[in-house]
Design a protein around this ligand. Structure first.
Ligand code: GLU
Length: 468
């Protein structure tokens, strides 16, 4: 029996901005794959580009992952801090003959390319130092280049794309270590993935060609090649590659729109991956079902209708305590203070009715407005229009009638109906002024839902405030 290696995945963002929705999905796939198999999910910050990397961007990315609920194992690894190790491996390759010193200057490389172009040859640089005798080496700066195979092919055996073959004549002797001793990105990635024990690399398919080059480094070092899974990028609602033009591209944009993290996990999991016809699922199911075979080859399209649907499902099935925490997190995200204890106590009994209808957290808060406000309630213009002398009189009668009813939906409804009937009015006519009095708005949940959630004392107090 062969022993399966423990799964180790990683997310390796470049800290040059916020966490993009595509990056969040890549992280989620890696997290699901590892966590669903009792494996490890690691984080590596690819901060070798010193000019573009910022600590603020790293913070924003960690914050985004935390919001999404993706926990990683151990401390995040800084790629920059591992530069000595990258150089060490490059020197090992020099020693074992899979790398060589190249003294060609930028001008010489340019000249080579110009000549190749003029002669209609491939412009891939062929270094004259590849097979040079070390005794001819000048005392001059040099880079370390990979002695890449010139014949044959390099095949990326991709779990999503299948076997993708690159002719080795298309892959040049890439630079591993620059003349100042710093590693190139391509080299650093391989050394890090090897040292971190990464077994599965799941990332955007914009890295597919890189995989071929990276495989050449693995082979030069005699290292085990991880499983690659290159996932198609996300497209916007118009079917074009997602860009800022499409509006919401940062994960934080989605948090600010009030989609709960559990819904985003569900939605992002389905963006490019499927499990039969299952659209709505929880983390336990996603962890059980997620596999590389379910990742599609075609780019997935953002679809806000679907996202709303998924979001409504997750809000609807959330425990009230968890939902209150989500509401607080959302308010923090948009710069609003946390709900007070009084507000929480008032909103809690309303949640069951509210959460089955709301598709987003702000939609829920909007419907919960009546429970969050304090007496005296001030009606907006539209609501106040329903509060004329006649309706005030009717509501006064209702206030009296409500003093003695049990506070149940049936009794509340019966009282309102009875009062209405004495004036030849249906429930609808009573509801509008009642909304104004209880919520100060014309669009609210059902008046009975509000009365039940507010309770007898608060309901009657609100009515008496307005009706005198
Ligand atoms: N740092 C790369 C990026 O942000 C990812 C590299 C990789 O996953 O190998 O696109």
């Amino acid at each position: 029996m062969t022993q399966e290696l423990p799964v180790v995945t990683r997310f390796a963002p470049s800290p040059t901005g916020y966490l993009h929705i595509g990056g969040a999905r890549t992280a989620l796939f890696n997290w699901l794959y590892a966590r669903g198999r009792g494996g490890k999910f690691l984080l590596r910050i690819e901060d070798t580009d010193r000019a573009r990397s910022t600590p603020e961007a790293t913070e924003a990315i960690l914050k985004g992952l935390t919001w999404l609920g993706l926990d990683w194992d151990g401390e995040p690894v800084s790629q920059f801090e591992r530069k000595d190790r990258h150089a060490e491996v490059a020197r090992e390759m020099l020693a074992n003959g899979t790398a060589y010193k190249c003294f060609s200057t930028q001008d010489e490389i340019e000249a080579f390319r110009e000549a190749a172009k003029a002669e209609g040859r491939s412009t891939l640089f062929l270094s004259p130092w590849r097979d040079a005798d070390p005794s001819t080496y000048p005392d001059a700066p040099f880079v370390l280049r990979l002695r890449a195979p010139r014949e044959g092919q390099t095949v990326v055996r991709d779990a999503v794309q299948g076997d993708v073959t690159f002719g080795n004549d298309q892959l040049d002797d890439m630079v591993l270590l620059r003349s100042d001793g710093t590693p190139t990105y391509m080299h650093a990635v391989v050394v890090d993935d090897h040292d971190m024990g990464v077994t599965h690399i799941i990332r955007g398919d914009d890295h597919l060609t890189n995989a071929a080059r990276q495989i050449q480094i693995y082979e030069a070092m005699g290292w085990a090649i991880p499983v690659f899974a290159h996932i198609p990028l996300i497209h916007g609602t118009d079917g074009k590659k997602l860009s800022k033009r499409h509006g919401a591209v940062g994960l934080h944009d989605y948090a600010a729109m009030g989609y709960p993290a559990s819904a985003m996990r569900n939605y992002l999991a389905r963006l490019g991956w499927s499990h039969g016809d299952d659209e709505l699922f929880d983390d336990a199911q996603a962890l059980e079902w997620f596999d590389l075979g379910g990742i599609g080859k075609a780019p997935a399209r953002l679809d806000f209708k679907k996202l709303e649907h998924v979001s409504g499902f997750h809000i609807g099935r959330m425990e009230n305590g968890a939902l209150l925490a989500e509401l607080d997190a959302f308010r923090a995200e948009i710069g609003e203070p946390a709900l007070t204890e009084v507000q929480k106590a008032r909103i809690e009994p309303a949640l069951d009715a509210l959460k089955s209808k709301a598709k987003t957290l702000p939609a829920l808060l909007d419907q919960a407005h009546y429970a969050l406000i304090e007496r005296p309630i001030v009606a907006d213009e539209k609501a106040a229009a329903a509060l004329d002398t006649v309706s005030r009189g009717i509501l006064r009668e209702l206030t009296a009638a409500l003093q003695n009813v049990t506070w149940s939906r049936d009794d509340l409804e019966a009282s309102a109906k009875a009062v209405g009937e004495t004036h030849g009015l249906g429930l609808g006519k009573i509801a509008a002024p009642l909304r104004a009095v209880l919520a100060g708005r014309s669009s609210t949940p059902s008046v009975f839902d509000m009365m039940l959630a507010l309770g007898r004392d608060e309901t009657l107090a609100r009515m008496q405030d307005q009706l005198g």
